[in-house]
Design a protein around this ligand. Structure first.
Ligand SMILES: Cc1ncc(COP(=O)(O)O)c(C=O)c1O
Length: 364
């Protein structure tokens, strides 16, 4: 049975669903933003309306993550991938080294990009042999003394793993938080740089947000391409060139939604509940299988397999007619993946659980 004739629950990994109240506000304001007679999409990024939107978004993300004054926050474009280049090109000089922890495709891509420019960059953990189900317990002694930074992916979107806790390290910790930013409480002070593509927990794709400890914004000897240069973006208040204005507006609405909900402690409780009831259902039977060790399980991307893989296409087909879309797993991993970011309501997960039980009854 479909959830309702016009409602679906969207489990896509990203771009992903946005909170319905945010979408409604955007719809109401779409043609005529605050009596300006224009859509936000049509406004100058140098005008008063947009400046207000930008300022408010910056204040609110600082509030949500309790970002200390010693950190700069900038909005950049080019998605999270742009930061794979920006990080080494802002933090390293010619003969410098950095350490990468490879817990999935996205950290491998970031590592390869850094290595292209800086051959002394090293990997200190490679999860490939465990099919990326492992998360290392990083300690200072694992990190080469000459590494300028240590790079991690906090949540591995494809494999459904995450760092449940973040290490306290002497070397600046750089984290790609694309798929779990704003999903749990966070001590920003543990990190040198945090960055995230917007398309999961923040807003539309293309935008990314960088939170950078100010002492890391030093002058390098080698030049940085201007569009990737954090200092240039920071000095210009994220307005060096035309930023992705509509995405910033949507991000601002999402930040307000989260603050109204009670901030990160409130959303973390909701996320814990959603993930725990879903994992419990999967663990109750061997009709479904989860290969990720419990300690490493992601709260955002729940990856599971059907024991009988011949049923995979039937599962996807029947889930879609039930109103549950986007459950097919990543192509290299197979199986299923339910992405349950902040905007996925509890009812969406409950509906998935009902479907999982019905499907097992029918085919188990
Ligand atoms: C953890 C992580 N990092 C980076 C990326 C790449 O993001 P983008 O497509 O915005 O470059 C993704 C994409 O889903 C991701 O999940």
């Amino acid at each position: 049975m479909k959830v309702s004739s016009n409602q679906i629950f969207n489990f896509n990994a990203g771009p992903a669903m946005l909170p319905s109240t945010v979408m409604q506000t955007a719809q109401e304001e779409f043609l005529n933003y605050k009596n300006s007679g224009m859509s936000v999409m049509e406004m100058s990024h140098r005008g008063g309306h947009f400046q207000e939107i930008l300022d408010k978004a910056l204040v609110n993300i600082r509030k949500l993550l309790q970002i200390p004054e010693s950190y700069e926050v900038i909005f950049c474009s080019g998605g999270a991938t742009a930061q794979f280049s920006s990080i080494p090109l802002n933090l390293l000089d010619e003969d410098d080294s950095a350490a990468y922890s490879l817990t999935g495709v996205w950290s491998v891509k970031a590592y390869q990009e850094a290595k292209k420019f800086y051959p002394r960059v090293v990997s200190i953990f490679d999860g490939k042999e465990s099919n990326f189900s492992e998360i290392p317990n990083l300690r200072d002694s694992d990190i080469p003394s000459d590494a300028k930074y240590i790079y991690i992916t906090s949540n591995n979107t494809i494999y459904g793993t995450r760092y449940s806790q973040f290490p306290n390290l002497k070397t600046p910790l750089i984290a790609d938080m694309t798929s779990d930013i704003l999903s749990r409480e966070l001590d920003v002070g543990k990190f040198g740089v945090i960055f995230a593509g917007a398309q999961k927990n923040i807003g539309p794709s293309g935008l990314n947000i960088c939170i950078i400890r100010k002492d890391l914004l030093q002058n390098r000897k080698s030049p940085t391409p201007v569009i990737l240069d954090w200092q240039v973006t920071a000095k210009a208040g994220s307005l060096y060139n035309t930023p992705p204005t509509y995405s910033i507006y949507m991000a601002g609405l999402v930040f307000e939604w989260l603050l109204d909900l009670g901030g990160l402690s409130a959303i973390e409780k909701i996320n814990e509940k959603k993930a725990s009831i879903l994992y419990e259902t999967l663990d109750e039977t061997d009709f479904y299988q989860t290969f990720v060790p419990k300690a490493n399980r992601s709260m955002m991307n729940v990856v599971f397999h059907l024991k009988d893989t011949k049923l995979d296409s039937k599962f996807v087909e029947e889930s879609e007619s039930y109103g549950l879309v986007g459950l097919k797993g990543y192509r290299d991993v197979g199986g299923m993946r339910a992405s349950i970011y902040n905007a996925m309501p509890l009812e969406g997960v409950e509906s998935l659980i009902n479907f999982l039980k019905d499907f097992e009854k029918k085919w188990g």
